[in-house]
Design a protein around this ligand. Structure first.
Ligand SMILES: Nc1ncnc2c1ncn2[C@@H]1O[C@H](COP(=O)(O)OP(=O)(O)O)[C@@H](O)[C@H]1O
Ligand SMILES: [Mg+2]
Length: 137
Protein backbone atom coordinates (compact mmCIF):
# COMPACT_ATOMS: atom_id res chain seq x y z
CA UNK A 1 0.00 0.00 0.00
CA UNK A 2 1.09 3.54 -0.68
CA UNK A 3 1.84 5.78 2.24
CA UNK A 4 -0.01 9.01 1.68
CA UNK A 5 1.80 12.23 2.36
CA UNK A 6 -0.41 15.05 1.11
CA UNK A 7 -3.83 15.27 -0.45
CA UNK A 8 -6.13 17.54 -2.41
CA UNK A 9 -9.92 17.28 -2.74
CA UNK A 10 -11.66 18.00 -6.03
CA UNK A 11 -15.43 18.27 -6.04
CA UNK A 12 -17.51 16.52 -8.67
CA UNK A 13 -20.84 18.23 -9.21
CA UNK A 14 -21.20 18.75 -12.94
CA UNK A 15 -20.01 17.33 -16.28
CA UNK A 16 -17.13 19.79 -16.54
CA UNK A 17 -15.73 18.47 -13.27
CA UNK A 18 -15.10 15.10 -14.93
CA UNK A 19 -12.85 16.86 -17.44
CA UNK A 20 -11.23 18.94 -14.71
CA UNK A 21 -10.48 16.02 -12.40
CA UNK A 22 -9.17 13.93 -15.28
CA UNK A 23 -6.88 16.74 -16.47
CA UNK A 24 -5.65 17.41 -12.93
CA UNK A 25 -4.77 13.76 -12.32
CA UNK A 26 -3.18 13.40 -15.72
CA UNK A 27 -0.94 16.42 -15.23
CA UNK A 28 0.03 15.24 -11.74
CA UNK A 29 0.88 11.80 -13.14
CA UNK A 30 2.92 13.42 -15.89
CA UNK A 31 4.81 15.58 -13.37
CA UNK A 32 5.54 12.47 -11.33
CA UNK A 33 7.05 10.72 -14.32
CA UNK A 34 4.34 8.17 -15.06
CA UNK A 35 4.56 6.69 -18.56
CA UNK A 36 2.17 8.03 -21.20
CA UNK A 37 0.35 4.71 -21.12
CA UNK A 38 -0.13 4.87 -17.36
CA UNK A 39 -1.25 8.51 -17.57
CA UNK A 40 -3.91 7.44 -20.03
CA UNK A 41 -4.96 4.42 -17.93
CA UNK A 42 -5.32 6.64 -14.89
CA UNK A 43 -7.22 9.32 -16.83
CA UNK A 44 -9.62 6.67 -18.13
CA UNK A 45 -10.19 5.30 -14.63
CA UNK A 46 -10.83 8.83 -13.33
CA UNK A 47 -13.40 9.46 -16.08
CA UNK A 48 -15.30 6.28 -15.32
CA UNK A 49 -15.40 6.76 -11.56
CA UNK A 50 -16.23 10.48 -11.78
CA UNK A 51 -19.03 9.75 -14.25
CA UNK A 52 -20.44 7.13 -11.91
CA UNK A 53 -20.41 9.64 -9.03
CA UNK A 54 -22.41 12.13 -11.12
CA UNK A 55 -24.73 9.55 -12.61
CA UNK A 56 -25.59 7.53 -9.52
CA UNK A 57 -25.11 9.98 -6.66
CA UNK A 58 -25.50 13.39 -8.31
CA UNK A 59 -22.33 14.70 -6.71
CA UNK A 60 -19.27 13.70 -4.73
CA UNK A 61 -15.54 14.19 -4.62
CA UNK A 62 -12.18 12.83 -5.59
CA UNK A 63 -9.39 13.04 -3.03
CA UNK A 64 -5.92 12.71 -4.47
CA UNK A 65 -3.09 11.37 -2.33
CA UNK A 66 0.36 11.72 -3.70
CA UNK A 67 3.36 9.73 -2.60
CA UNK A 68 6.78 10.62 -3.83
CA UNK A 69 9.80 8.90 -2.38
CA UNK A 70 13.09 8.18 -4.14
CA UNK A 71 12.34 4.46 -3.97
CA UNK A 72 8.67 4.44 -4.77
CA UNK A 73 6.05 6.86 -5.96
CA UNK A 74 2.43 6.72 -6.91
CA UNK A 75 -1.02 8.19 -6.73
CA UNK A 76 -4.00 7.06 -4.74
CA UNK A 77 -7.44 8.41 -5.60
CA UNK A 78 -10.46 8.10 -3.35
CA UNK A 79 -13.86 8.72 -4.98
CA UNK A 80 -16.56 9.33 -2.44
CA UNK A 81 -20.25 10.10 -2.66
CA UNK A 82 -23.29 10.13 -0.41
CA UNK A 83 -25.69 8.59 -2.90
CA UNK A 84 -27.76 5.40 -2.66
CA UNK A 85 -24.80 3.05 -2.59
CA UNK A 86 -24.07 0.04 -4.77
CA UNK A 87 -26.70 -2.57 -4.00
CA UNK A 88 -24.66 -5.59 -5.08
CA UNK A 89 -20.93 -4.98 -5.41
CA UNK A 90 -20.20 -8.46 -6.83
CA UNK A 91 -22.67 -7.88 -9.65
CA UNK A 92 -21.48 -4.31 -10.22
CA UNK A 93 -17.96 -5.69 -10.75
CA UNK A 94 -19.14 -8.05 -13.53
CA UNK A 95 -18.53 -7.01 -17.13
CA UNK A 96 -21.75 -5.84 -18.72
CA UNK A 97 -23.76 -5.38 -15.51
CA UNK A 98 -25.53 -2.02 -15.43
CA UNK A 99 -28.57 -0.70 -13.59
CA UNK A 100 -28.81 2.24 -15.98
CA UNK A 101 -28.71 0.59 -19.39
CA UNK A 102 -25.04 1.53 -19.68
CA UNK A 103 -22.19 -0.64 -20.92
CA UNK A 104 -21.42 -1.89 -17.44
CA UNK A 105 -17.72 -1.71 -18.19
CA UNK A 106 -16.76 1.19 -15.91
CA UNK A 107 -15.99 -0.62 -12.66
CA UNK A 108 -14.52 -3.88 -14.02
CA UNK A 109 -12.59 -1.94 -16.66
CA UNK A 110 -11.20 0.43 -14.07
CA UNK A 111 -10.09 -2.45 -11.86
CA UNK A 112 -8.02 -3.83 -14.74
CA UNK A 113 -6.31 -0.47 -15.33
CA UNK A 114 -4.91 0.16 -11.86
CA UNK A 115 -2.67 -1.47 -9.24
CA UNK A 116 -5.07 -1.19 -6.32
CA UNK A 117 -8.86 -1.16 -6.39
CA UNK A 118 -11.31 -1.37 -3.54
CA UNK A 119 -14.97 -0.56 -2.97
CA UNK A 120 -16.79 0.23 0.22
CA UNK A 121 -20.46 0.97 -0.22
CA UNK A 122 -23.65 1.25 1.76
CA UNK A 123 -26.66 3.53 1.46
CA UNK A 124 -25.35 7.05 1.95
CA UNK A 125 -21.67 6.30 1.36
CA UNK A 126 -19.78 4.87 -1.55
CA UNK A 127 -16.01 5.02 -1.48
CA UNK A 128 -13.93 3.62 -4.31
CA UNK A 129 -10.18 3.72 -3.90
CA UNK A 130 -7.71 3.18 -6.70
CA UNK A 131 -3.94 3.49 -6.80
CA UNK A 132 -1.25 3.34 -9.39
CA UNK A 133 2.43 2.97 -8.69
CA UNK A 134 5.03 4.57 -10.84
CA UNK A 135 7.13 1.93 -12.48
CA UNK A 136 10.74 2.98 -12.14
CA UNK A 137 12.91 2.30 -15.15
N1 LIG B 1 -21.09 5.70 -7.17
C1 LIG B 1 -22.04 4.78 -7.35
N2 LIG B 1 -23.17 4.79 -6.57
C2 LIG B 1 -24.13 3.86 -6.73
N3 LIG B 1 -24.09 2.87 -7.64
C3 LIG B 1 -23.01 2.82 -8.46
C4 LIG B 1 -21.94 3.75 -8.36
N4 LIG B 1 -21.01 3.44 -9.28
C5 LIG B 1 -21.47 2.35 -9.92
N5 LIG B 1 -22.67 1.97 -9.43
C6 LIG B 1 -23.48 0.80 -9.84
O1 LIG B 1 -22.61 -0.14 -10.44
C7 LIG B 1 -23.08 -0.46 -11.76
C8 LIG B 1 -21.90 -0.73 -12.68
O2 LIG B 1 -21.14 0.47 -12.89
P1 LIG B 1 -20.28 0.61 -14.22
O3 LIG B 1 -19.40 -0.60 -14.31
O4 LIG B 1 -19.63 1.94 -14.22
O5 LIG B 1 -21.36 0.49 -15.38
P2 LIG B 1 -22.44 1.55 -15.95
O6 LIG B 1 -22.13 2.89 -15.33
O7 LIG B 1 -22.25 1.51 -17.41
O8 LIG B 1 -23.79 1.02 -15.52
C9 LIG B 1 -23.93 0.73 -12.18
O9 LIG B 1 -24.90 0.38 -13.16
C10 LIG B 1 -24.57 1.12 -10.84
O10 LIG B 1 -25.67 0.31 -10.55
MG1 LIG C 1 -20.22 3.72 -15.23
Amino acid sequence: MLQSSQSVVLHIVEDMDVVRVRAHVRSLASDMGFSLGDQTRLATAVSELSRNVLQYAGKGQCEIFCMALPSRSGLRLVFEDHGPGIADIDKAMQDGYSTSGGLGAGLPGTRRLVDEFSIESRPGLTRITIAMLRRHA
